[in-house]
Design a protein around this ligand. Sequence first.
Ligand SMILES: [Zn+2]
Length: 265
Amino acid sequence: MGTRIHYAGEGFLIDSHAHLAMFPEPERSAALERAGEAGVQAVLVPATGREDLDLVAELAGLEAGRVFAAIGFHPHEAARCDATWKRRVERMVASPGVVAVGEIGLDYHYDHSPREDQRKVLAWQLGLAREHGLPVILHHREAWQDFLAALDAAPGVRGVAHSFTEGEAGVAEVTGRGLFVGISGMVTFPRADNVREAAKAVPAGRLLVETDSPYLAPVPHRGRRNEPAYVKLVAEAVARVREVSLETVEAETDAAFRELFLATP
Ligand SMILES: [Zn+2]
């Protein structure tokens, strides 16, 4: 597919969040092939920490222009982000194909790392992103007030609040802070009215779609392994909620992805 992934006047599907590093081979190659067949032009692969940093960077190198990488420590892994790992992250964010710092944030639902560690590592990574002129990929769960406070402490930070579940008021809070909003396959879940409300409320220029593969497979694949090809089902559901065509969602999300991750600030 080469490095040129955009042709004027057409919209394209982009999976703005897929953990392809969690796919063993040959399933990863097969999933990428199916994504191409489904019209998915690019996939952004966020790292989560020690286990996948190298592979995420490698994938972006192997599939230049089609697979992009985000390098960072997920809140679950924050306690493991010591000085040595910080130096590695600092080096890696400058590698080819790395377009963001991520996946970073706060997760007080699982509390896999102490909250104090999560806040410190998030603040450090927000600073790193600003230093390198990179956007961030943000995860937050049951940490809303601290999440907003962390953003307020990093004015001017660009990024996406991924797999957003906060509803209309939440959309206003994050877009008011300059963020984009990522809608996942949860938008197809029968009880996820909050996600549909968010999908409707996001301003057109700030909308991204994602799978969060291998998690959160949309209906009718729910409960099985998710993959980037299914971002089409996400985009179709978003189009229904926003009462626009699939082509409109493709064009809007393609432009938003380009502006956030591929344009030099
Ligand atoms: Zn993720």
